[in-house]
Write a protein that binds this ligand. Structure first.
Ligand code: GDP
Length: 313
């Protein structure tokens, strides 16, 4: 990307979009276009078309999406499907119409079949049934991949896709009903420590395995792909290492310095048993993560302490 290029980061206030924006600033890019959701409703086809026609971005990072943890995905099933289909369709189509040079679409590891072999290789897409708790979100994200492939095939657009594993970092969602597990545990252990609570409730059995990548590492990988990758097949982004939810909970507990007990609520769903990414293609492109989980949790806890008022308002 040329230093003067006009770069639109869709979803710049979210965890992923804000990390990408920080990365672009750090790399010396100054023409970064952003709109808050109240300034531009990405579900509105005409509004998105107008924005692209007026602002003419050269490059697009598509990091805008309706996202959430296992409960949010399972509860707001219609919104997760409808909103995400509209956001990605509107942006991808407008990017084509206005001649965007390159677009990076971000998906998620939940696109893979629930019982796919592990680690998950890119070629396992659409080889089996999806996990039901996040099927609507996964269907929307698979559609995003297929839109990029179709616009490449029919119109020659250089639209690429990347599928990150579970992410964490600054500007994460700390709402206990809607969030993912890592921010939820940081908040729960922190509040239990402050309030001297003897136990903390953790969902499920603790046996599912998850892989976690710091958002700054993801932004770095996205930048790398934007600079070097131009093929149709989407790319997994992760660390290639996973932990059980029980191990994660112990790690967060230790980082926060909480001394009470864990109470496993098995009424809550476990979700998919495992979703470890095969990151060999990404590694063969010369990229590897730099933040290990223990350090990343420590950094994220410090960020939570600094922004607690903002995050839990
Ligand atoms: P998933 O990766 O799509 O399943 O989404 P989550 O990050 O929300 O959940 C991952 C795993 O962590 C599931 O097995 C959850 O049941 C478990 N988990 C344990 N405690 C919590 C919690 O407080 N919040 C969330 N969201 N998940 C939790």
């Amino acid at each position: 990307m040329e230093k003067q290029a006009r770069i639109y980061v869709a979803g710049h206030r979210g965890m992923v979009g804000s990390a990408i924006t920080r990365k672009l600033h750090a790399e010396g890019y100054e023409n970064i276009l952003t709109r808050t959701s109240s300034e531009l409703d990405l579900r509105n086809q005409a509004a998105v078309a107008n924005f692209f026609a007026e602002e003419r971005p050269d490059y697009v990072f598509l990091a805008a999406a309706k996202v959430g943890g296992i409960m949010a995905n399972n509860t707001y099933r219609a919104e997760f499907l409808y909103d995400n289909l509209l956001i990605e369709s509107n942006i991808i189509h407008s990017a084509y119409e206005t001649g965007v040079k390159k677009l990076l679409f971000l998906g998620s590891s939940c696109i893979y079949p629930k019982l796919a072999p592990q680690p998950l290789k890119e070629e396992y897409l659409l080889s089996g049934y999806l996990e039901s708790t996040n099927e609507p979100y996964a269907i929307a994200k698979i559609t995003g991949i297929k839109l990029c492939e179709a616009y490449r095939s029919q119109y020659g657009c250089n639209f690429i896709s990347a599928m990150p594993t579970n992410l964490y970092g600054p500007n994460d969602n700390y709402d206990l009903q809607g969030s993912h597990v890592l921010p939820a545990l940081i908040r729960k252990f922190h509040e239990a420590k402050i309030n001297d609570q003897p136990t903390v409730e953790v969902w499920g059995t603790g046996s599912p395995r998850r892989e976690f990548l710091h958002a700054d590492d993801l932004a770095d990988a996205c930048f790398h792909l934007m600079e070097h990758y131009n093929d149709e097949l989407f790319v997994n982004i992760g660390t290639g290492e996973d932990v059980t939810i029980r191990e994660l909970a112990e790690l967060v507990k230790e980082t926060v310095g909480y001394e009470g007990e864990l109470r496993w609520n098995t009424e809550k769903p476990d979700g998919t048993p495992r979703k470890l990414m095969d990151v060999s293609r990404l590694h063969s492109m010369g990229w590897k993560h730099s933040t290990e989980l223990r350090d990343g949790i420590e950094r994220t806890y410090q960020d939570f302490l600094a922004n607690e008022v903002l995050y839990v308002e």
